[in-house]
Design a binder for this molecule. Sequence first.
Ligand SMILES: NC(=O)c1ccc[n+]([C@@H]2O[C@H](COP(=O)([O-])OP(=O)(O)OC[C@H]3O[C@@H](n4cnc5c(N)ncnc54)[C@H](O)[C@@H]3O)[C@@H](O)[C@H]2O)c1
Length: 302
Amino acid sequence: MHVVVTGSSGRLGRSVCAGLAASGHTVVGVDRAPARLDGVDERPIDLRDEPAAQELLDQLRPDAVVHLAGIAVPFSAPEREILVTNTTLAHTVLAAAARAGAGRVLAASSPTVIGYGAPGWRAASVPIDETHPAHPANAYALSKIVIEETVRMFSRTAATAFGFFRPCYVISPEEWAGAPTQQGHTIAERLADPALAAVSLFNYLDARDAAAFVDAWLSAPAEEVDGEGYFVGAGDALATRPVAELWREYAPALGEAADALEGTRPVFSIDKAAERLGWRPERDWRGELAAASAVPTESRAS
Ligand SMILES: NC(=O)c1ccc[n+]([C@@H]2O[C@H](COP(=O)([O-])OP(=O)(O)OC[C@H]3O[C@@H](n4cnc5c(N)ncnc54)[C@H](O)[C@@H]3O)[C@@H](O)[C@H]2O)c1
């Protein structure tokens, strides 16, 4: 497939481009800043320029568009800027993709749409799946709800199959080896202090597993993706102890239903993606940290 990936230079985009290229897709990366990605045709543009975005997609006429570009961290910019940027970029890219005749369009949403972290928030059910109510509590989460509704609007009105996914806290390959995560601390620190991972309900996702999800989404039957959303996360929790032991101290909003999360079970369910798309994550933090610590420091840097 000929696939355009926006946000191709980002934490998620780099791995998605690499994974799609490795599985035989022809990949064009679109980002403000190129990242010199192997095997990827990179087109640096600012997607706030709507005519430029339309011109590029008209010229490329891709089979599919994966829209990842945007402001990816809550409160990392003024609230209004996050809302305006994320919703405008998404509408620009989705509309341009439909007009250019792309057959499939996938947009990145976020698990934050359900509202965890807000004062008084309580999980309606655990494990949390796609039926959980959405109660966005900041501009980032609100922008993602608007993106999900934008996806549904195009799904209803365009011939293209539109869908979204909610990736859990993304960890790129270099972060397993000790590079700082998006919150500035390392994975080892996130594991040592459960309060750090509790903020996102101990969720995480290896960026390469996210790439495999995108690949599975692109080849799934249209009825499994059109207008649909999927949680995409690891098969375990980012915690050294079961969440059933941790929630009372670190994540009381989960409530007693979290007692069901025995062993390594994660808070977010990925059953829908497994059952309907045949996707399952292949990596977990124990394996990735062990592999990273087995690699000599000099080799990691090169
Ligand atoms: N990283 C996570 O844990 C996580 C979790 C849930 C959802 N998401 C979503 O996944 C997507 C990718 O996240 P990420 O972690 O890779 O983010 P990132 O910040 O690493 O990458 C985003 C990319 O978008 C590009 N971009 C931003 N504005 C642009 C513009 N106007 N024109 C062109 N390019 C622009 C940036 O240059 C950057 O390379 C985002 O939509 C984010 O909200 C990420």
